[in-house]
Design a protein around this ligand. Structure first.
Ligand code: ADP
Ligand code: MG
Length: 624
């Protein structure tokens, strides 16, 4: 008897996991240290792609990240988007079956089943395999602590049989389901919106393959779904497809019809497209590249965010149709909405954020990572169910990016806005001129591209760097933010271990309004900043190239014809004048011209080095 009592007590004290079982990605979170936190296993972001691969030899299925790589090699053994089939009959699913590379059959009560290498699997069983993987990784991230109680999320529009299938999947995975909650409700909980007395919330969820919008009302901490709408075939995959189409267009003359249909080639292209898309969410320009060694195929182009936006615009517009439907079903207008919450990885796309903000006429919540917010909310629900209380919701994230000023006045962001705290990051720097023995660090805060437009938090100097040629020294700058939001920056020269350090309180003296204003300025000036940053970086590069040219010009002079020398002189004069040029294209020309003019010089120098090496000297002596 005492044993049983103890057991029950223990169980009640056990924290409850929150699990987001997504169409594209799944992840787990838990309440820890007064806030919900995503459970990240070693060096990973915690996300488990909701994908399975069944090896041909009948071995155990593989789940998660590796499946996406496996799809490059053998796309025929993969299962994606299983969530679409939960609790559904075969008859409803015509046209959906391509995400599962195995034949579908009708099972009990007309429900769907898949024949995978001779064994029948229900969607519940397949989802259970994903949940087991998520659960395993969560327990690992907890240092081996074994928790098996969970809150699991489902889309607001899931009917009873879809919810029941989700419960069954969790049970098969060995989890004890404490509650099934709606994804939009979870997202609202993560933002602490349950603590409002009353109001209406629009949750805009653009994931990998689906779009859902839900209008919720909140009354005394209780959420009610007023309406839902969406598009079950609109999501991040469609953005990837646009970029895939762009590449195929560019490659038309290089790729034969057979390659263009090859599943492995298409999968590689899809991954490259997704990488490019993600990069464009944080940069104004990205490299879109792909190398397929087997077919000796190389593809490379630069793409600007504005080009991507032009392609993506119509898709983003389509989400607004669903928003309009949801609002009219709820009998509301945009002005009646008090809070807008962004959910889903695809809401990281700036065009999406901007469009949603314009549509609802208010800034949406995006302080938490949109692809984590559902799991975080499930963990909040778990915490409440486990009997926990929540006094204040701590929104413990870095509210403005932190970084260092670089030579030329640019900013190198080391910790990005919205990183959860505590956190740390290290970047490595080097010297810019020969025999430089000190580096001054200017720690800056803000989203702008140039240090002059950011807030300087403090400067400090690292001295005692041993004299070395420019670019040889290695100085690691470590940014560390503790749980109280205190920032310390430590710079350490690697060969001698010399360090210098500064401690600052980043939010000291900043009001919420000022943070808002700084953020707005960065959106308003994005293009302009980008150009000015490019100019600043090019000036530094031109300066470095001109110095190197002058250092070697005299020794090579006898070997260069007068025309070339004149050419170089002209380019150097233009380089000297570049300091006062501020047009990005003009200054790019100066740089390119200097590079072109000095090519013969570089060739002479290379020649020298090669000759002396042949004459039996070592390369080091030769280049002196
Ligand atoms: P789901 O809820 O459908 O399981 P997620 O919310 O995890 O999916 O969203 C996955 C989608 O988000 C993918 O299409 C992925 O490419 C996209 N995504 C993730 N990060 C970014 C980013 N930084 N920029 C644009 N899209 C992103
Ligand atoms: Mg989702």
């Amino acid at each position: 008897m005492p044993f049983i009592e103890l057991n029950v007590l223990n169980n009640a004290a056990d924290p409850i996991l929150g699990i987001d079982l997504g169409t594209t990605n799944s992840l787990a979170a838990i309440w820890r240290d007064g806030r919900p936190q995503v459970l990240r296993h070693e060096g990973n972001d915690g996300r488990v792609p909701s994908a399975l691969y069944f090896p041909e030899n009948g071995d155990k299925p593989i789940v998660g990240q590796k499946v996406r790589e496996q799809a490059l090699v053998d796309p025929r053994g993969t299962v994606f988007s299983i969530k679409r089939f939960m609790g559904r009959g075969l008859a409803d699913m015509e046209g959906e079956l391509s995400s599962v590379q195995f034949p579908a059959k009708e099972g009990e009560h007309g429900l769907i089943q898949f024949d995978i290498r001779g064994r029948l699997y229900t969607p519940q069983e397949l989802s259970a395999l994903i949940l087991m993987r998520v659960h395993d990784l969560a327990c690992n991230a907890l240092g081996g602590q074994h928790l098996n109680r969970a809150v699991i999320t489902v889309p607001a529009y899931f009917d009873d049989s879809q919810r029941q299938a989700t419960r069954d999947a969790a049970r098969l995975a060995g989890l004890q389901v404490e509650r099934i909650i709606n994804e939009p409700t979870a997202a609202s909980l993560a933002y602490g919106l349950d603590q409002k007395k009353e109001g209406t919330i629009a949750v805009y969820d653009l994931g990998g393959g689906t779009f859902d919008v839900s209008i919720l009302s909140i009354e005394d901490g209780v959420f009610r779904v007023l309406s839902t709408s969406g598009d079950t075939h609109l999501g991040g995959d469609d953005f990837d497809r646009l970029l895939v189409g762009l590449a195929l267009e560019d490659l038309r003359s290089k790729v034969d019809a057979e390659t263009a249909r090859d599943p492995a080639f298409l999968q590689a292209l899809r991954l490259a497209a997704e990488r490019t898309k993600m990069e464009l969410s944080s940069r104004l320009e990205a490299e879109y590249h792909l190398v397929v060694p087997e077919s000796d195929l190389r593809y490379h182009r630069e793409i600007r965010r504005s080009e991507f936006d032009a392609l993506a615009g119509p898709l983003v517009e389509r989400t607004l149709d669903a928003c309009r439907r949801a609002m009219s079903d709820a009998g509301l207008e945009a002005k009646d909405i008090d809070e807008v919450v962004l959910v889903g990885g695809s809401t990281r796309i700036p065009l999406v954020r901007q469009t949603v903000e314009e549509f609802f006429g208010r800034k949406p919540h995006s302080e938490l990572n949109p692809d984590e917010v559902v799991a975080l909310g499930a963990a909040v629900q778990g915490h409440i169910l486990a009997g926990g209380t929540r006094d204040i919701l701590l929104m413990d994230v870095v509210s403005l990016s932190l970084g260092l000023e670089t030579v030329g006045g640019g900013v190198d962001k080391v910790i990005l806005r919205n990183s959860p705290i505590p956190c740390q990051a290290t970047e490595t720097y080097t010297t810019n001129v020969d025999n430089q023995t000190g580096i001054e660090f200017n720690v800056v805060q803000g989203e702008r591209e140039l240090a002059g437009d950011c807030r300087s938090l403090g400067k400090f100097e690292l001295e005692g760097i041993p004299p070395m040629p420019a670019g040889m020294a290695r100085v690691a700058a470590r940014f560390q933010i503790d749980a109280n939001g205190m920032l310390s920056v430590t710079a350490k020269e690697q060969s001698t271990g010399t360090t210098a350090k500064i401690d600052v309180e980043p939010m000291h003296g900043l009001t919420d309004d000022e943070v808002e204003t700084m953020l707005k300025a960065s959106y308003d000036n994005a293009q302009d900043d980008f150009d000015r940053r490019r100019v600043a970086d090019l000036k530094v590069e031109i300066d470095r190239m001109a110095r190197a040219t002058r250092a070697h010009l005299d020794e090579a002079r006898p070997k260069l014809d007068p025309e070339t020398l004149e050419d170089i002189d002209e380019a150097l004069t233009a380089a000297d004048a570049a300091a006062s040029v501020n047009d990005p294209d003009a200054i790019q020309k100066v740089r390119d011209e200097l590079e072109r003019a000095t090519l013969p010089l570089a060739a002479v120098l290379m020649d020298e080095v090669a000759k002396q090496a042949v004459a039996g000297k070592t390369l080091e002596e030769a280049s002196e």
